[in-house]
Design a protein around this ligand. Structure first.
Ligand code: G4P
Length: 280
C-alpha cells in the first residue's frame, strides 16, 4: 500500500463519514477512485460535493447529481463553496448522511477529501468562518492534518493535499489541466487549449460565438485558438499567430468563467469514453 493510501485509510478509520469534494465541471476526472474504494471498504457514507457549480453547466450538473445519488452510500449536492449560504447547508447535510452520530458523547467525525484545487480549503475556511488554511490556485496548499471543532457536535479532519488525481485516460489529464487542477507548462498549454477548443466546438459552439464572434462552422480546435489570436491581435514578429499567448488567454477565459458555464464531461460522455476504452 503506498503511503498516501495508507494514510488516507488510517484517517478514514477515525471518521464517521467522508465529505468528498470534486469539481462540478469534471466530476469524474477530478475524483480519485481510491476515495471510493476506501470508503466502500470501510462502509463510510459520503457527502459528495460538486463544487464550483457556479462555473458548471446546470443541466450537466443535475445529470451528475442524479447519477451519484443513485450510488449506494452517496448523497450528492451541487454547491459553490465561495457562497456562504451554500456552505451553511453542509452541516445539516452531513448530519443527514450520518444520523447515528452528532451527540455530545458521539460527535460526528468528518473528513474532507479530494484532489488539489477542487475547493477543500475554501470549504473548510467557510465552515470555520475564518481562514485556517491558505487558499490558492497552486495545487496542494493544504499540507498538515488538522482536527477542527465545528460546534453542534461536529469534528472536522482534513487530509493532506496529496491525493493526486488518477489519470486513467489522456482526456482526464487534459480536462484537469484545462481546469488548472494540475499544472501545465507553456508547451502543454497549447495542447490543452486545442483540446478544450475541440470539446467546446462539439458541446458549446454558441459560447465560442458569443465570446469571440466566431462562425464556428468548419472550425477545428487549432482554428479556434488561432481565431482568438486574430481577435486579440496576438502576432509574432514575422506576422504568424502567437499560438502560445492565444492558448493562455483562451484557457484563462474558460478558467475565469468568462466563456460561460461549461461542463467538460457528463455522465453520458463518461459512459461513452469508458465504452470506447473497453472496446480498444
Ligand atoms: P484545494 O484546497 O482543494 O486545493 O482548493 P482551494 O480551496 O485552494 O481552491 C482552489 C481555487 O478554487 C481557489 O481559486 C478558490 O477560490 C476556487 N474556488 C473554490 N471554491 C469555488 C467555487 O465554489 N467557485 C469558484 N468559482 N471558485 C472556487 P484561486 O483563484 O486560487 O483563489 P481566489 O483568488 O478565488 O481566492
Amino acid at each position: 500500500m503506498n503511503s498516501a493510501r495508507r494514510k488516507a485509510a488510517e484517517s478514514m478509520e477515525k471518521v464517521d463519514m467522508v465529505i468528498e469534494v470534486v469539481d462540478a465541471r469534471l466530476p469524474q476526472a477530478s475524483c480519485n477512485p481510491m476515495i471510493e474504494q476506501l470508503r466502500n471498504a470501510r462502509q463510510r457514507p459520503c457527502l459528495k460535493i460538486l463544487n464550483k457549480t457556479d462555473m458548471a453547466d446546470p443541466v450537466a450538473t443535475q445529470a451528475w447529481i442524479d447519477y451519484y445519488n443513485s450510488q449506494k452510500g452517496v448523497t450528492a449536492v451541487a454547491l459553490s463553496c465561495k457562497k456562504p449560504s451554500d456552505v451553511a447547508r453542509v452541516p445539516k447535510l452531513a448530519m443527514q448522511v450520518a444520523p447515528h452520530r452528532g451527540t455530545a458523547l458521539k460527535p460526528l467525525r468528518m473528513m474532507i477529501m479530494g484532489i488539489p484545487n477542487v475547493g477543500k480549503s475554501t470549504l473548510m475556511n467557510a465552515l470555520l468562518k475564518k481562514r485556517v488554511a491558505a487558499v490558492g490556485d497552486e495545487p496542494a496548499v493544504t499540507k498538515t492534518q488538522q482536527r477542527l471543532y465545528l460546534g453542534n457536535n461536529m469534528v472536522l479532519t482534513d487530509t493532506p493535499g496529496m491525493l493526486w488525481p488518477k489519470i486513467e485516460h489522456p482526456s482526464d489529464g487534459l480536462m484537469l489541466a484545462a481546469s488548472h487542477a494540475v499544472g501545465s507548462n507553456a508547451l502543454i498549454e497549447e495542447e490543452v487549449a486545442t483540446f478544450l477548443a475541440d470539446l467546446l466546438l462539439q458541446r458549446y459552439p454558441q459560447l465560442l460565438k458569443a465570446r469571440y464572434g466566431f462562425n464556428t462552422e468548419g472550425m477545428d480546435g487549432v482554428a479556434v485558438v488561432e481565431g482568438v489570436a486574430a481577435k486579440r491581435g496576438f502576432r509574432l514578429k514575422g506576422g504568424d499567430y502567437d499560438f502560445e499567448k492565444a492558448s493562455h488567454t483562451f484557457l484563462q477565459d474558460y478558467r475565469s468563467g468568462a466563456l460561460g458555464r461549461i461542463s467538460l464531461e457528463t455522465p453520458q460522455s463518461r459512459a461513452e469514453l469508458l465504452a470506447n476504452y473497453r472496446s480498444t
